[in-house]
Design a protein around this ligand. Structure first.
Ligand code: HEM
Length: 177
């Protein structure tokens, strides 16, 4: 068999690096390089100091009480001296809701005793319930509820005794605002 000469490529058939696949890969590489090197977006401007900003506040039983779902569009309650914004659960805590007794109140003892009886809760004008006399199971139930609230709602403040140093400081700070 006679030796065949190697085929001569015409110009249009010449092997080119500019194949469609290579062009796509090139575009992809350029895009990836661009996204890596692109300067990160400038940080968002600080939140305006309007009343809509979330501020950790100090409440006393009396200042918590207006957040009972009737006097204020926001509904708050306290568990273990932590105040939660439960507005998202207004169907539970709002007027006519099954747990409206807890709105604007320290709900701790009611949650511990699994009772929505208003009598179980400490009166608004009285010192904060020290939770004395709760049994081990009741305390465990209360801690379980505290975890439920921490996981579901926003912590907006702490509950302190009326007339305490903390309450006075908070009052002073609010006046200075
Ligand atoms: C009469 C029997 C009761 C029934 C049928 C009942 C039913 C329910 C149901 C269906 C939910 C909603 C669960 C969810 O979607 O996450 C709920 C939540 C709740 N229940 Fe009851 N409940 C009863 C008794 C009580 C009692 C006695 C208390 C008093 C401590 C209580 C306190 C709560 C609380 C605090 C929540 C959580 C609401 C929230 O996530 O904000 N329940 N209950």
């Amino acid at each position: 068999m006679p030796h065949q000469p190697p085929p001569v490529l015409e110009e249009t058939q010449a092997i080119s690096i500019f194949t469609p696949v290579n062009l796509i890969l090139l575009a992809l590489s350029l895009y990836l390089i661009y996204t890596r090197l692109r300067p990160s977006p400038s940080p968002s401007p600080p939140l305006p100091s309007s009343s809509s900003a979330i501020v950790f506040k100090t409440f006393t039983p009396k200042t918590l009480q207006p957040f009972n779902g009737t006097d204020n569009p926001k509904v708050y309650l306290a568990v273990n001296r932590k105040v939660f914004d439960v507005t998202a659960g207004k169907s539970f805590y709002g007027p006519g809701g099954p747990y409206s007794n807890f709105a604007g109140r320290d709900a701790s003892r009611g949650l511990a005793l699994n009772s929505f009886d208003e009598e179980v809760l400490t009166e608004v004008g009285a010192p904060i319930d020290t939770l004395a006399g709760l049994g081990e199971e009741e305390r465990a139930a209360l801690d379980g509820w505290a975890k439920h609230f921490e996981g579901k709602y926003l912590l907006v403040g702490r509950l302190v005794e009326e007339g305490s140093e903390e309450a006075k400081e908070a009052e002073k700070a609010e006046k200075e605002e």
